[in-house]
Structures are given as C-alpha cells and as structure tokens.
Design a protein around this ligand. Sequence first.
Ligand SMILES: [Zn+2]
Length: 385
Amino acid sequence: MNYQIGPNDIEIWQSCPVCSTERHVPITEVYIDDLNFFTTGYCTNCFFVFRTVRPAFSWFQQNWIKRKNIADKNDYSLASPLEQRRYKRYKNLSAVFEKISEKRTILDIGTGPGTGLRAFKDSNWDVTEYEPDPARAEIAIQQHGIRMLKKLEESSETYDFVTIIQVLEHIHQPYDFLNNIIPLVKTGGYIYIEVPDLVNFVNWRDALYLEHMNNFTVNTLTLLCSRFNLALRYRLFPKTTPYGATHIGALFEKVEHNPDMDTSLDDISKDICNSYVKGLPISSPVFPIKYRISEINNIAITTNDNYPVVDKKNRFINMRQSKNIIEKLKFINLKLKSTDNSINFVRKRLALHFHYISLDILKDPDFEDLKFIKINKKDYTNERV
Ligand SMILES: [Zn+2]
C-alpha cells in the first residue's frame, strides 16, 4: 500500500517535549521527492531525541484506518505464543509490584487485547484498562472480562499503580499525554513507564522508523517525569523477547513536591550521532544525514525499499529495493549488524534451513527473571546501566 503524504500533513515541532527549550539540532532528514516529512533531532539542553518534523497525528489516524482494512491476522488468544509471553512478562511485573507495595489497584494504558492485565487479575489485582483502539478493547472485555475506561479525562477514580508500557515512545506530545494521566495516580502511588532504551535500541534504521516519535534515556525520562512530581524509585530491566534488547523500565512514585533534579546532564551528542550511523554501510556520512524514499509503503517503518545507496552528487542516501544477489546478501548482513533483534533474525534464518536444531540454545537464560533495583534518592539522575 502507498500512504500518500503532502505538505499539509506535516507538523514542525520547535520546543523540546522534555525541557521546553527551542534549541535542537537535526541528525537525520527523510524526503519523498523534495518534501522533508520526517526529521530526527536532539535537544542541545537536555539531549532528548525526538522528531522535529513529522506527519501530524491526524495523518496517522487516517492511515491506521486504511491499514486496518487489511484484516488484523494476529491471534490474541492466550494459546498464542506471543500472548503467552506477554502474560508471563506481566506476571513478572505484578510479582515485582507486590514486593514493593501492598496496594492492589491498577490502570494500564494502551495494552491492547488485555492479556497483560489478565495476568494481574489472576494475581487478585483490581484491574482497569484504557485502550483507544475499539477492536482490541473489545477483545479485552470479551476474553478477559476487563473493565474499560472510556475517556482518561472523565475518570474521577485514582489508582495505586498506573502502567504505560511501550506507549510513550509513540506519543506526539508526551508532556500533554502524561499531564492527562498523572491525576489518575494516587499520591504515594506509582507510575510504571517502559520505553525502548535509546542506547540499546537505536541504529541507522531508526531515522526511517515512522511510528516512534521519541527516544528516551533514563535521564530524559526521569527529567520529563520530574515535571509531574514523579520521583524515580526503582529501575526494572524488562526484555521484550527471549532474544532481544533490554528496554528501560522505570517505576516512579508520585510525591507531594517536585523532586530535586540535577539538570546538568552529560553531553551525549556524540553518542546520539554514533547511534544513527550504527550499521549504516556508508562511511563518514555528513550530518544531518538525508534519506530519500520513493513512497511510504509501510506505516511503521516508512519503506520496504530497504537498501541504502548514496546518490551520484553525494547529497542523499536513496532507499531502494535490493536489485541483485550481492546487494541482497549485503542487506542480510546489514540487518544482522544493525537490528536490535539480530539474534531473533539469526534464529529465524536457522529455522528455515535446519529444522532439527533446537533453537533454545540462543535463548537468554535469564529471560524469565525481571530484575529490579532500588534507586538511591540522592543520585538517581546519575544512574547509568
Ligand atoms: Zn530538552
């Protein structure tokens, strides 16, 4: 499918969603013809990475409907391996929360078909879900009997725990989004946020990854949350697949007053720029790196034309389909080097050719454990893992 985009579909974002300053530098720019519709930049004050030029939310809404018309083939029943894994992850999470607090009401924001909350419910939690996608919300209600919140702003209830798991990175305006949610957390209660870790997650392909609006580090996430009287109390180390990268898990307590924050963050601009060339088969690119694609044929990753080739004038990196066997081999190699799920990728390739090998040898033996640490109140901003 070709998702059309024009100048009126694009918004330019000036102020940093974390610290509100308007000084940011572009790292990458993506074009269709001469239209720059997607730019990734970082704030020179707090080093938050966000999309400074991007399709407006309304554009996504229209195109999600288009995409939805191609039937959703996912199996959301508890019998599917993906949902079983999700169930296990939430079960681990509930066990961690139970070690931290005796309180038992939870609101989960945006976890689709409800498998995760089912795990909490099975551990005797009082569970509520908020899910904007009506099709997925229906599954949660029908299959798991989960109570659904219709609108965030209309709720007068407050909760001991609110969880936002792999949602915040997709949100156009994370400050406004959190601003709507924080009143739902009891004072002395907790909010748990899980996002991909900039350091572990980002490689050159992120420049083209259309569905992520923000890339957090522990520091930028903590800084954003400190604006809402949220103090970081625990770090959790969740794994999204048995093979893949570690994400940031952060448990914040809602306190009476703004937690003291040391806002003099380390300059990580070099690390950020290095992340955006990680795996790119082109030497010494000039920043901002300019990509050109022929069309948006995938709403999540922009384009399936996957191979980057520098144009003759050296101004753009053109993304186009691999044309010959050498490029295809190079491309496989590129994926191996650059994707965060590279082990998963190897596993799939092996499975195609060697049906008799037990692939469990590639599994992370610690996958079942959800590690967590308590943060020292005084120096949590310096916490780096
Ligand atoms: Zn900033």
